[in-house]
Design a protein around this ligand. Structure first.
Ligand code: S3P
Length: 166
């Protein structure tokens, strides 16, 4: 099977679904945020704070360029990766792009206790999710080869549906 690339908003479940898909399909997960943090030796929040979002976006593009040629991988991408056209082209070179489409409530439930997402360090988290989701949804849809609705579904259901459609 070709590589699988998971895209979707923060908290849409990319990392969890990647892990479960990997178990079922006997593939290896590459978690982009984790790898970037490891390579940089600091957290995403620190990267944003010390060098800004554009620097982080450049790291994402550089990372995707280095993914070309990898085989049998499930890439769990960062939620903002689709904002650059160049990245979307790279994602398609890497593998089949699966959009995990979640609604505001589903996303909020997943992110409300997490402290490592600098873009959601705001007073009105739900409002921020809605605003950014409205902005980004067209990009996710355009980038997707496959769309999987995740809201209200269990991890098992999402994994089953994804495998059936690939
Ligand atoms: C971001 C999503 C995050 C991380 C960074 C920016 C975004 O990844 O890359 O905080 O712009 O949506 P997750 O989608 O894994 O939370």
């Amino acid at each position: 099977m070709s590589n699988i690339v998971l895209i979707g908003f923060m908290g849409s479940g990319k990392s969890t679904i990647a892990r479960e898909l990997a178990k079922k399909l006997d593939m290896k997960v590459i978690d982009m945020d984790y790898e970037i943090e490891r390579e940089e030796g600091r957290s995403i929040s620190d990267i944003f704070e010390e060098d800004g979002e554009t620097y982080f976006r450049d790291l994402e593009t550089d990372f995707l360029e280095r993914m070309k040629g990898k085989k049998h991988k499930i890439l769990s991408s960062g939620g903002g990766v689709i904002l650059r056209e160049k990245n979307v082209k790279l994602l398609h070179h890497i593998g089949t792009v699966v959009f995990l489409q979640a609604d505001v409530q589903h996303i909020y439930n997943n992110v409300k206790n997490s402290k490592h997402r600098p873009l959601l360090e705001v007073a009105d988290v739900q409002g921020e999710i809605k605003k950014r989701l409205d902005e980004r949804e067209p990009y996710y849809l355009k980038a997707a080869d496959v769309i999987i609705q995740t809201s209200g579904k269990s991890v098992e259901e999402i994994v089953r549906e994804t495998i059936a459609i690939l």
